[in-house]
Every structure is written in C-alpha cells, then in structure tokens.
Design a protein around this ligand. Structure first.
Ligand code: ADP
Ligand code: MG
Length: 728
C-alpha cells in the first residue's frame, strides 16, 4: 500500500476548521501595524512628519538629520508594538520578497545594551545579497547592491519585525528589483498625465496611477500537497489523470465556501487588516478548490507592495490551517488556471478618475482623451505588453481556452465602440460651431448614460474596459504586478507625452482652439489604433486567423514573447521615459530567459524522477501481480487459461508498452536537456528548452496517466486529482 498518499488522505479527512476569534471590528484593526499618517503624527516631530509627507507627495528628498528623527520615532513605535528586529523589505528579480533581519539591540560597553535604529539604518543598507539575479549588472568589482528606503510605501510590522519597503539598486545605480523601474514609470506617467489633465482643469498638480489586483489561487491540504513531489517542487502537477468530475458542472463557482477554507480566509483577512491591506471580496472561483481575493484599489506602488506582502502572508497563514497555497498559473491540467487581473486607472489630486466618464461634455472629452490614448498606447506596444506577462507558468494559461489568448487586444464594449465610430467621422481641421455642438450633444454628451447601462463584459479579452478602469486580465497569478504596471504606465506616459505635443502644435501653428485640436488628434488615434480593438470571442480559432490578418503579434511561448523586451523600440521607450537604461533592460531580459530555461529544466528533472522512481516501479509491481494471477489461472485451467486471463494478458502488454514509451521518452528528453545545457546564449538556450525539451512532458505524461488508469488504486503512489481537488 502506498503509505504517503493514504496517510495524507486520512489526515486530511480528520481535519477540523481552525477556530477564529474575531472580537474587534475590522475597521478598528485596519492599519494597526502600519506606520501610517496617524501614527506618524503621534510619533514624529512636526518637521519629520512634514518631510515624509513631502517625500511622499512631491518626491522631495529627506535630509540625514530628519531621517534620524524619523528613525527614532519609527523605532519607538515599533518597540511599543513588540517588534525586536527591523529589515529592509525589497523585491529582487526572483519574484519573491527578500528580507534580512537585524535586531534593534546593540551593546554599548560596560555590559550595557540599548535599542538602536538610526537614520542611516533606515535610509540605506548594504545587504549581502550577491546571489540575487542581476543579469550581469553587478560585476565583481562593483558587486555591492544597496537597498534604499521608499518613503511612499509605509513601514509595517509583520510578526516581530519592522519592515521598511525599499528599492534595491546596484553600486552604479542600476535597478536590481521590481520597485525601482515601477517608481520611475509612475513618476513619468504622473508628469505626462498631469500635463494633459491641465487641458481640462488647471488645478490638477498630480496624477496617480491606481491598481486593484484580483488574486486567484488554489488551496490544497498541506498533507496532500506534500504527498506530491511535483507540487512540492514545481508548484504544479506534472502528471495525473483528470477526475471523472472536474468543473463541468460549475458547481464550485461562487458557491458556498468550504468551512476550513472560510476559517483560513477570515484569519488571512484579519492579518491583512493589521497590515493595512484593504481586502474586500472573497469567493470561490471556477475550478474546484480555487478561490479569489480582491482588495479596494490603491496607488499602484502601494498596491504592488501589498500584493507581494499578501502572497507571503497567505503562505504563512496557510501553515496554521494545514493548507498549501498554489499560486501557480496552472497547477492542474484540464482545469481552469489562475490569473491576477490588474485593474488600472489614473486619478488626479483633485479627486477625479480620468477613466471615469463625467457629467458634462467637457468632462467627457477628458475621459475620451485618456481612454483613447490608453488604447493607442496598447496598440503601439502590444508586443511589449505581451512580454511583460510571459513566464513558463503563464504559458500554460494564455491561449489555453480559459484565459485570454497570447494575442493582445482591447475590448471596450458596443456603446463605446459606437462613440468612437462617431468621433472618427469628425472633419479634419477646424470644426464649425454647428459640428461642435452636434458632437458635444450627441456623442460626447451621451457617454454617462451609455456607460451606466453598459453591462458588456468580455471575459475572453486580455485588456478590457470595465466602466471606469481598464482590466489587464492576462497577468499571471504568480507574477509580481510591478512588471506589467511598469510597462503599462510607461507606454501611457509616452503616449500622453506625444499627444500633448501634437495638440500643442496644432494650437500653435494652425491656431486651432484647444478642443478642436484634441478632437482632431483623437480622431486620428482612433483610426490608427483600430486593429487593437476586438469585441468578439478571444478564445476562438477565428480570432487567431483574424488577428494574424490584422498583423497583431501572437507570441505563444515565453522565449518568443520576451524578444520584444529588447527591441530598439522598447529600449528607446524606456530611455525616453527615464524608466530603464539599455543595460537594465538587457539585464532583465537575460534574467527572464535564464529563469525560463531553469524552470523547464527543473520540471524535466522532476518529471523524469517521478516517472522513473514512482510510476514505472508501480507499473511493474502491478504487472507482477497480474503475471502471478495468469500463472495461477494456467495451473488451474491449463489449455483454457487464455479465455480466463484475456483482460490480464492485455493489461500486461499494455503496461509494458507504456513503460517502454516512458523509458525511451525520458532518455530522449535527457539527451535534449544535455544539448540545451551546452548552449551559452540565454535566448537560444531558452528556445532549446521550449522547443526541444518541453514537448516530452506531454508525451511522458500521457503514458503515466494511462498507467494510472489501469493500475490498482491501492498501490498507486501519487495522490490523485480527485483527491487533491475534492477532499475537504
Ligand atoms: P469586477 O466586476 O471586475 O469584479 P469591481 O468593480 O468589483 O469589478 O472591481 C474589481 C477590482 O477593480 C477591485 O480590486 C477594485 O478595487 C478595482 N478597481 C475599481 N475601480 C478602480 C480604479 N479606478 N482603479 C483601479 N482599480 C479599480
Ligand atoms: Mg475582474
């Protein structure tokens, strides 16, 4: 009997929901462990408080002297809440968060000790972090990497550690993390969008990008997860026959949440409240054991930090509940995968959502300006957007008939399509007063009404307008949102910058009125970006053909998709917007290619091991049982034995067939891996893994899964899909 599997099942069936005592109101808990404005006013001097606020709102530098004041206040607060350590908390390019804890405790001679945390420890650290990916940026002579405080994301206490969000840069100033380029992109979109927003309201001085992510995940009992080496090591099942019942009945979607899971969610939400993560909704997703959590949207940098933090917290809370969280985009074949929709918009410091239609024609012209410019940006940089969501794991999802295709397109709904169609008809050049009135009354003026009734939702679109924001739906569940947010904000920044210069030029050289000029350029953009708009079924084959005709990219694998990251156009874009230089762009590209090859390599190894050490021996074991049985039958029935052992003999041959195939496929795969490993060039190596190694996964899996179907359930060593997905 395969002990691990059955032990795990027994353990799982005996579990009870963890009891959650919730005595305080959530609103009272919110932000309790965050060094937020209220706390700062209490623990900081007026000057120190003002300094943080200025840094936060206007990007002003904090002086060393003031930093000392701030660190003192921060330390007092942290210690009053039971913290003993502090850490710079950052997001290296591994995709995980990193921290190195130091104690506040310090000796001062004479056997005495104090709690110390100075301004210099707050502002900058030099962690020994030489093993984080750097893509060649940190050569040995300049191997140091620095973390530097990001005052725009508040410090928080997790457990007994004060965590200070920081950027991570090299000695020479190049970004080694996700946050640095994101902050630069947010700065550039702020500038570009503020300039454009001033056409409509002179009082706007700052525009903030907003992000509301929706985190999908699977929750599996920890014992069951531990019984599967593939889940443990690669985050997904590399084999396993699909269960008789999957998600066909859709009976899990939005259904009542299982009680153990509900206890987990409540525990998690309470933790989130303390940390100031404004989680709001929770529900079952489409697949069995799949769930979703979404917060109220926030400023993008903070939202990205909160999502990274959330993923850590989810793991930790899961331990208390004997669950393992699967963040992988496709943990189970044949069942929906997980994504992380990135809802995005732009908000002014006057409190206006620039992608929210307003109540007057002028407000709507503002809405249309930002709306159309975003579509144009997506049109111009669709391939780069595709690259930002590329990963070995997301490849399983994109284009797999349940998630947006690998083709980027924008969905806006039928009513807005009509509005754009009308606008497209605007005459070239100056508008007559009559035309303008007509336009304002019948096109622009109608927007609020149409959007109110606009219930269009297209779940097959990778980039959909949903009433007052765009939803970038193709982002992977495991991904750090910083990457897609960096790119989206950068391309919109570039687009708005170009728009402004075009409009200004028309105003100046053609003496056009401001709104005439805006209408003219928007009309041109509507025409130019038409091919990116798609209202139909993104999952269908027809769209693949249609998109090819339109000349849209359809990069189905990560190595192919990543190429757009280092095109001349991309490098020029990032350099012009001050987001990344060539060296940084190329380093990232290399890191992602290497990571891709590594992931496929690891999966190949795990699959080879499981197939050889678990599946083949089990097949043989069962075959021996059958052989024994046939021998017995022969002894008793003599000549007639064939009649009585027909099924057994067929199975014996079938098992041999599968074993032979598994064996030879593993050997071939290993050969291909060896070849791929010899390749130096990161791009070629990634392609070799993608094109020559990965195809064996399906082949090997096919025969293993067939064996699972015929082998006696009692001796099958790997926990089955139905057990992973339906044991509660
Ligand atoms: P859905 O119908 O897609 O579930 P919701 O209105 O519930 O849409 O919003 C989904 C997510 O979008 C939430 O995380 C929400 O906070 C976020 N969101 C709403 N408005 C904005 C906005 N202006 N900017 C960014 N995110 C937003
Ligand atoms: Mg959504």
């Amino acid at each position: 009997m395969s002990t691990l599997r059955f032990q795990a099942l027994k353990e799982t069936l005996n579990r009870k929901p963890v009891k959650i005592d919730e005595t305080e109101r959530r609103s009272d808990l919110f932000g309790k462990n965050v060094f937020n404005e209220t706390v700062m006013r209490q623990f900081l001097t007026k000057e120190a408080y003002q300094s943080v606020m200025d840094a936060n709102k206007n990007g002003l530098k904090i002086s060393r002297v003031v930093a000392d004041h701030i660190s003192t206040g921060m330390k007092e607060w942290a210690i009053s809440k039971g913290a003993t350590h502090y850490t710079h908390w950052f997001q290296p390019l591994t995709g995980a968060t990193a921290e190195k804890h130091d104690a506040f405790f310090e000796t001062i001679g004479d056997g005495l000790a104090i709690e110390k945390f100075g301004g210099s420890q707050l502002v900058q650290q030099e962690p020994d972090a030489s093993s984080f990916p750097h893509g060649g940026i940190r050569n040995t002579f300049e191997a140091r990497g620095y973390t530097a405080w990001d005052p725009t994301s508040p410090a928080f206490i997790y457990g007994t550690t004060l965590c200070i969000p920081t950027v991570f840069v090299s000695y020479t100033g190049e970004a080694l993390d996700y946050k640095t380029p994101l902050l630069r992109a947010l700065q550039s979109v702020d500038k570009a969008a503020t300039d454009v927003a001033k056409y409509f309201d002179k009082n706007v001085t700052k525009v903030t990008a907003t992000l509301g992510w929706e985190q999908e995940y699977f929750l599996i009992d920890s014992a069951l997860a531990a019984s599967r080496p593939d889940l443990q090591l690669s985050g997904r099942t590399l084999l396993g026959h699909s269960p008789a019942k999957g998600q066909q009945l859709d009976d899990h979607y939005f259904g009542s949440i299982p009680s153990r899971v509900l206890a987990y969610m409540r525990d998690l939400e309470i933790e989130c409240m303390y940390l100031g993560i404004p989680v709001k909704t929770r529900h079952n997703e489409v697949a069995p054991n799949q769930f979703e959590l979404a917060p109220i949207f926030e400023e993008a940098n903070l939202a990205v930090d909160h999502n990274s933090l959330l993923m850590d917290v989810m793991d930790k809370v899961a331990e208390r509940h004997n669950f393992k969280v699967l963040f992988h985009e496709k943990p189970f074949a044949g069942i929906n995968g997980s994504g992380k929709h990135n809802n995005w918009s732009l908000a002014t410091d006057t409190g206006v959502n620039l992608l929210g239609p307003g109540s007057t024609p002028m407000k709507n012209l503002q809405f249309l300006t930002f709306f159309i410019n975003t579509i144009k940006a997506v049109h111009d940089h669709e391939e780069l957007l595709r690259a930002t969501i590329a990963s070995a794991s997301n490849d399983h999802r994109l284009g797999a008939n349940e998630a947006p295709p690998a083709i980027i397109s924008a969905f806006i709904g039928s009513q807005l399509t009509e509005v754009l169609d009308e606008l497209e008809k605007v005459t070239d050049g100056k508008l007559s007063p009559q035309e303008k009135t007509e336009l304002k009354l019948n096109v622009v003026g109608k927007i609020p009404d149409v959007l109110l009734d606009n219930t269009d939702r297209n779940r097959t679109s990778p980039f959909a307008f949903t009433g007052n924001k765009f939803e970038f739906r193709a982002v992977g569940s495991q991904a750090n949102c910083a990457n897609p947010m960096t790119v989206l904000n950068t391309i919109v920044a570039k687009q708005l910058t170009d728009f402004k210069s075009r409009v200004d030029e028309l105003i100046k050289s053609k003496k056009m009125k401001k709104d005439d000029a805006i209408f003219n350029i928007l009309r041109e953009y509507i025409k130019d970006s038409k091919k990116i708009r798609f209202e139909g079924d993104g999952y269908g084959d027809a769209w693949q053909e249609e998109a090819a005709k339109r000349g849209l990219s359809n990069n189905k694998t990560t190595p192919t998709a990543l190429k757009a990251q280092i095109s001349q156009k991309t490098i020029a874009l990032f350099e012009e917007m001050g987001v990344m230089n060539k060296k940084e762009v190329e380093a990232r590209h290399e890191i992602e290619l290497e990571e891709y090859a590594m992931r496929i390599q690891i999966e190949g190894r795990i699959l080879g091991d499981i197939a050889r050490n678990h599946v083949i021996p089990t097949g043989i074991k069962y075959q021996n049982i059958l052989l024994e049985n046939v021998r017995g039958l022969k002894e008793i029935f003599e000549k007639d034995f064939k009649k009585h052992s027909k099924e057994q003999l067929e199975l014996i041959t079938e098992i041999s067939d599968h074993i032979e195939n598994i064996n030879s496929d593993i050997n071939d795969m290993i050969e291909e891996r060896k070849k791929a490993n010899k390749i130096e060039d990161a791009d070629k190596k990634a392609h070799a893994y993608c094109d020559n190694v990965k195809p064996y996964f399906e082949k090997i899996r096919y025969h293993c899964d067939k064996l699972e179907l015929v082998v006696d359930d009692e001796i099958w060593p790997l926990t089955k899909y139905r057990e992973l997905l339906f044991t509660r």
